[in-house]
Design a protein around this ligand. Structure first.
Ligand code: GLU
Length: 316
């Protein structure tokens, strides 16, 4: 780990000396209250905490609960208990994304006004059927970084009249980003062929990363069920909260490409990004709340201490 003086001496703009006068770095831990926190979350929260202290920055907690069908209030309380138990402190009030749907809607409207979103009525099974149809014709549909087939463009060319009529009838629809048009627009805005962002490694060394948002295809920006998406909400809130450094797991590294594109379109400054290692289970899979990895609460109830958790994280 580079000491602060070494880093400052290396003319590293990520360090406080390189920030705009009067601005303090701001970092956030942004869990979704859809399951209990496990060791992977502890690693993420502690990494963010450590970077906040190395940078003399603020530490914010953000509750990413746009998935109102799966988010649970008691889990929000439990997240606070777990983090406090680990020894972390955060600023209040804590931003809860479910209280800000109007802001996400307004942001989406900006993209709509730029002509970059289109309505998509397709269900999952419509998309699956279209992908199969293309496959049987020998057309391979690429997968996005999360492993889902890239949207095959089913409703991209619907006549405006039909779209309006279906919306009027109340047919549920998502809003998708016209990726090719968005990339073109980003080129016009930046005057550069490719967009990029600054990433920093465990030692604070920085490098510029060229983003490849095209691999996400026409991503959903506004979901059918809620007027936001993870990608939209995270970009709006990192900007709103003045986040200067985003520390999160490598599983979200590819998402940064899309986030950077949205930031360019909105005219937002880019935070710097650190994508930390992931904890794997015995089978080599990423720890996930859904696969039942042991929760921090259950480890705590078994009598483990925060120091034990830190040790376990380092050992994995
Ligand atoms: N809410 C996301 C999660 O729990 C993290 C989002 C982020 O750090 O950008 O996986």
């Amino acid at each position: 780990m580079a000491s602060r003086s070494e880093a400052a001496a290396s003319d590293n703009p990520m360090m406080p000396g390189g920030l705009r006068a009067g601005s303090q770095p701001a970092l956030r831990f942004a869990p979704s209250p859809t399951g209990e926190l496990h060791l992977g979350h502890a690693l993420s929260a502690l990494t963010t905490w450590e970077w906040a202290s190395r940078l003399d920055g603020r530490f914010l907690l953000r509750i990413e609960d746009i998935d109102t069908g799966r988010a649970r209030d008691h889990l929000i309380e439990q997240i606070s208990e777990d983090l406090a138990w680990l020894g972390l402190q955060w600023e209040t009030p804590v931003l809860r994304q479910s209280e800000h749907f109007t802001d996400y809607r307004a942001a989406a409207r900006k993209l709509e006004d730029m002509g970059l979103l289109y309505a998509c009525f397709a269900t999952r099974s419509d998309i699956r059927a279209e992908v199969e149809r293309l496959n049987t014709q020998g057309i391979a549909v690429p997968r996005d970084p999360d492993g889902a087939p890239v949207y095959p463009g089913l409703h991209k060319e619907l006549p405006a009249g039909e779209i309006a009529a279906r919306i009027d009838k109340g047919e549920p629809h998502a809003l998708r980003l016209d990726m090719a048009a968005a990339i073109e627009r980003a080129r016009e805005i930046t005057g550069q062929a490719r967009i990029s962002y600054v990433a920093f490694d465990d030692d604070g060394r920085e490098r510029r990363v060229v983003a490849d948002p095209a691999r996400w295809g026409d991503a959903v920006i506004v979901r059918k069920d809620v007027p936001a998406s993870y990608h939209l909400a995270v970009v709006v809130d990192d900007h709103r909260q003045g986040i200067t450094h985003v520390t999160r797991g490598k599983d979200l590294e590819a998402a940064t490409d899309l986030h950077r594109l949205l930031q360019v379109l909105f005219g937002f400054e880019a935070p710097r990004y650190h994508h930390h290692r992931l904890l794997l289970d015995k089978g080599g899979a990423k720890l996930a709340k859904r696969s039942g990895s042991e929760s921090l609460r259950s480890l705590r109830e078994k009598g483990l201490t925060p120091e034990d958790i830190r040790r376990m994280i380092t050992a994995v």
